[in-house]
Ligand binder design. Sequence first.
Ligand code: NAP
Length: 320
Amino acid sequence: MKAIRVHQFGGPEVMELEDVPTPKLEAGQVLVRVEAAGVNPVDTYIRAGSYARRPELPFTPGIDGAGTVAGVGTGVSGIEVGARVYGGWPSSGTYAEMAIYPAEQIYPLPPQISFQQGAGIFVPYSTAHRALFSKGQAQSGETVLVHGATGSVGLAATQLAVAAGMRVLGTGGTPEGRSLVLDQGASQVFDHHSPDYPAEILAATAGRGVDVILEMLANVNLEQDLNLVASYGRIVVIGSRGSLEINPRAVMSKESIVTGLTLFNTRPEDLTQIQKALQIGLQDGTLRPVINREFSLAEANQAHRWLLQPGAQGNLVLIL
Ligand code: NAP
């Protein structure tokens, strides 16, 4: 089968398209014919060797994927060959024609959700769900700032928060991205590159601040977030690409909570519960993964270059 292989950590150019044997199906596993693979920022960190978890070389990248079941191992029940599925935490990477998953990490793909959209579910929506509800403790009627709402996690968080009856304020770096965030149901959008946006957000909340902030770039924004959060508010760090200095006094005076998450740390039972919730939203149309751009498998290195450019508008996917 065709697969992307990484033989040494480095830039996007270390990803090579190769012919490799189809991974061997073992007991308790499911073999999936991958139709689309999601491209997430974590894939670029893993490929670069800068992520806390470094896979053994050589490896096939890719966590997100959707396709059809091509085989089931002994001891697996309730999953039929030919079923449309998406998955999380594959045992082999999804930048490949075939991927192996533990059976419990395979989920049904509703008929109205395309394979491309299916490849944008697991990492973005699980992260957004956990950040919003579990870490942020966001409640219906509260105001949530999705700081970086144009990317795959931000759009997922916007849809989840709107569906749960929250008022969503979103930020984006381009007019097209901000318009997309409004299309997902956000009440107001702001330009996170404008020096005026903090004052605009405070004005939008009559000076009170927001109840919850989901933060995609904490090294740039965390200090400002402490000004934008309401008393007793929660700031959830989802993404950060560096360090910064803050004055902890701001946390004291508002009694705000600053927390963070890593999707890899999610307990299996919590992950199962999150997927059940996502299934409902995917089926009733409140959750609709947005695909920004499609690449072929051979263009994986271009997709990684594209992903780190400004101007996000949803998910990037590789079409197999
Ligand atoms: P993405 O699709 O590449 O989107 C990146 C987002 O960051 C875009 O909305 C972008 O907006 C925004 N951004 C850029 N500059 C910003 C600024 N100054 N202030 C606020 N936002 C800014 O990435 P993603 O998949 O949504 O992931 C977002 C971040 O979360 C990444 O750092 C990723 O590594 C991290 N993440 C963490 C976990 C976890 O387990 N903790 C899981 C998934 C993702 P514009 O392009 O419109 O400027």
